[in-house]
Design a protein around this ligand. Structure first.
Ligand SMILES: Cc1cc2nc3c(=O)[nH]c(=O)nc-3n(C[C@H](O)[C@H](O)[C@H](O)COP(=O)(O)OP(=O)(O)OC[C@H]3O[C@@H](n4cnc5c(N)ncnc54)[C@H](O)[C@@H]3O)c2cc1C
Length: 372
């Protein structure tokens, strides 16, 4: 990772967003002795790779939240960033507090429906409680409808059926192919095979109608859900796993000329935001090629920190390039599918490498804390 370097006076890096990209950036700034502030609306880092296990296993959620302050001390500030003013090199938090930067790393990621995502101004205790409440709702349901068969929906359906094999689990997906389109077709087929082996019922090429009227994450016996083809499904609980959106609220005003239609920040090969040499965007909110993963977010954070240090030294900047796709899907704690560098992996390897512990050990190690 490199040792401490001599940092000119006045350098202060602000990192907005403490997801996988943000903690990787903050950790590296800390180890290089660069003054920084990490800002996140939550009190704790959310290891959301394990969010779906936390939704089915009682007592698991506390392992998925790691307090920022214990790792970063007073360099961590809890709050929601509402604007960036590039002329004054300042970020503005809800309530009016302003923090000045010499360099800015934006890593605000994506938002989406709970339980896959949990982006709210929240204490650690309240965050854990939210997942424990969903576990109770799932336990009270005899049948669950999962909406959306991207990677999150596939993992959600597999988690429920693994933990509660007696429950009826239906996965409805608007397309025929399941999981991320960036995965090879054989891995996507394998994901489908595992779901069918576990007994998940698949409704592919179908959509539910009147989504916004559905009551999500709350068990209520025999709810009726209509599909756009006019069929009626009956279920006790509905969990939505669709519709990830880039979190652009922090910068959509101040950097409006640097964002694309999806809200992502346009970046050059050095991950500098279009029009600025001292602002970087990494992770899900940067307009780099797909796939957007935690793994990619970590790689990009390292490039952004290196480029800040190189620019201070007058050294050449490092180019970020997207490699072949590496992505693992946990199909419950006892199965998994995925690919490494574009090659399909055996199921047992994914199970050992990801599904059992969901890489929790890695985040706790990186945050230099002991897992409860
Ligand atoms: C259920 C699920 C499972 C996944 N599994 C995998 C996997 O196995 N492997 C993998 O590599 N990837 C996986 N991914 C994808 C991965 O989670 C994302 O690519 C990764 O989280 C991106 O990291 P990030 O730091 O860019 O953004 P995020 O993780 O989205 O973090 C953004 C952070 O910014 C904060 N924030 C946003 N706006 C503001 C604001 N205005 N003010 C203050 N704070 C703000 C949020 O609170 C959040 O903490 C999964 C995703 C989901 C939903």
């Amino acid at each position: 990772m490199g040792g401490q370097v001599s940092i000119p006076e006045g350098v202060h890096v602000v990192v907005v967003g403490g997801g996988f990209a943000g903690i990787a950036a903050a950790r590296q700034l800390k180890s290089r002795g660069v003054p920084f502030t990490l800002i996140d609306m939550k009190e704790a880092f959310h290891h959301n790779l394990a969010a779906l296990r936390a939704s089915v296993q009682p007592g698991f959620a506390q392992r998925t939240f790691i307090p920022f302050a214990k790792t970063f001390g007073s360099s961590f500030v809890q709050g929601r960033v509402e604007n960036v003013d590039p002329d004054r090199q300042t970020v503005i938090l809800q309530g009016g507090r302003e923090i000045q930067y010499s360099h800015l790393i934006l890593c605000t990621g994506t938002d989406g429906p709970f339980p896959g995502k949990f982006n709210a101004v929240s204490s650690l205790e309240a965050s854990v409680q939210k997942y424990e409440e969903l576990v109770e709702q799932i336990q009270a349901a005899d049948s669950v409808l999962v909406i959306g068969g991207g990677s999150t929906g596939v993992e959600m359906a597999a988690e429920i059926k693994t933990e509660y094999p007696e429950k009826k689990v239906v996965l409805i997906h608007s397309r025929i192919g399941l999981a991320d389109p960036e995965l090879t077709s054989s891995v996507r087929q394998q994901a489908k095979d595992v779901l069918l082996e576990k007994g998940v019922e698949l409704l592919l090429g179908q959509k539910v109608s009147r989504m916004s009227e559905l009551q999500l994450n709350k068990t209520q016996k025999n709810m009726k859900v209509s599909t756009e083809r006019g069929e009626t499904l009956t279920t006790d609980l509905i969990i939505c796993c669709t519709g990830l959106k880039i979190n652009s609220a922090a910068y959509s005003l101040g950097l409006k000329d640097s964002i694309d239609d999806s809200g992502a920040l346009r970046v050059n090969q050095y991950l500098q935001v279009h029009g600025f040499s001292n602002i970087f965007a990494v992770g899900d909110c940067s307009g780099t090629q797909k796939p957007k993963t935690a793994y990619v977010a970590g790689l990009q954070a390292a490039v952004a920190v290196t480029n800040i240090l190189n620019s201070l030294r007058g050294a050449e900047l490092k180019v970020y390039s997207t490699g072949n796709v590496t992505m693992l899907l946990a199909m419950g704690r006892n199965d998994g599918v995925g690919q490494f560098n574009g090659y399909r992996l055996p199921r047992f390897l994914v199970t050992l490498g990801k599904s059992r512990d969901l890489l929790l050990w890695k985040s706790w190690k990186e945050m230099q804390q002991t897992q409860p």
